[in-house]
Design a protein around this ligand. Structure first.
Ligand SMILES: Nc1ncnc2c1ncn2[C@@H]1O[C@H](COP(=O)(O)OP(=O)(O)OP(=O)(O)O)[C@@H](O)[C@H]1O
Ligand SMILES: O=C(O)C1=C[C@@H](O)[C@@H](O)[C@H](O)C1
Ligand SMILES: [Mg+2]
Length: 168
């Protein structure tokens, strides 16, 4: 067993939103590794960062991704930073990996209202988001088989572009 699609990208790219739509459109089930981790830890991700630190979160995430890649057959959304792990990037080889990209301005706009993103809660979310994109773009592209820039697309249009992209 393995997922039909694995969805990666920065916070606010729409991984959760678009993966749910894609799953519904294709009659597949949807799973989100961030939700798996919350269930396993019994607390929100922001509390894991505060109580245990980012390295503990990343170790949990690496294990949770490995488990979901084996167990899940539908659409699987990963957390925004899951691709920081070289082990995870290696595990993503041979999978259909959809990279949902978002530029800094739109990414900050989409994540701006949420208080539950520990990495973006600092004093300068624009600078933080830009640094995050600069560091991660090559890693998303290393694992991706399809890339969709979501800035000026509604979630349904992103799902359309993904379906079209994987057909080509
Ligand atoms: N294409 C889009 N156009 C406009 N708004 C969008 C689009 N995709 C997602 N959004 C909105 O942006 C916000 C973030 O979306 P979502 O939670 O799906 O992102 P994510 O990639 O899963 O983020 P995270 O990495 O934090 O889990 C939500 O409020 C969602 O409704
Ligand atoms: O971009 C990131 O590093 C993160 C994104 C979220 O999906 C969560 O996995 C967590 O908040 C870390
Ligand atoms: Mg999400």
């Amino acid at each position: 067993m393995s997922p039909r699609f694995v969805v990666v990208g920065p916070p606010g790219a729409g991984k959760t939103t678009v993966s749910e739509l894609l799953a519904a459109r294709l009659g597949l089930s949807f799973r989100d590794v961030d939700a798996d981790i919350v269930e396993l830890a019994g607390k929100p991700i922001s509390d894991i960062f505060t109580d245990d630190g980012e390295p503990v979160f990343r170790a949990m995430e690496e294990e949770a991704v490995a488990k979901a890649l084996v167990e899940h057959e539908g659409v699987l959304a990963l957390g925004g930073g899951a691709i920081l792990s070289a082990t995870t990037r290696e595990r993503l080889r041979e999978h259909n990996v959809v990279f949902l990209n978002v530029g800094m301005a739109e990414g900050v706009r989409r994540t701006g209202l949420a208080t539950n993103r520990p990495l973006l809660s600092g004093v300068n979310p624009r600078a933080t988001f830009k640094a995050l994109l600069d560091a991660r773009l090559p890693l998303y592209r290393e694992v991706a088989t399809v890339e969709v820039l979501t800035d000026s697309l509604a979630p349904q249009q992103v799902a359309d572009a993904v379906i079209k992209g994987v057909d080509e």
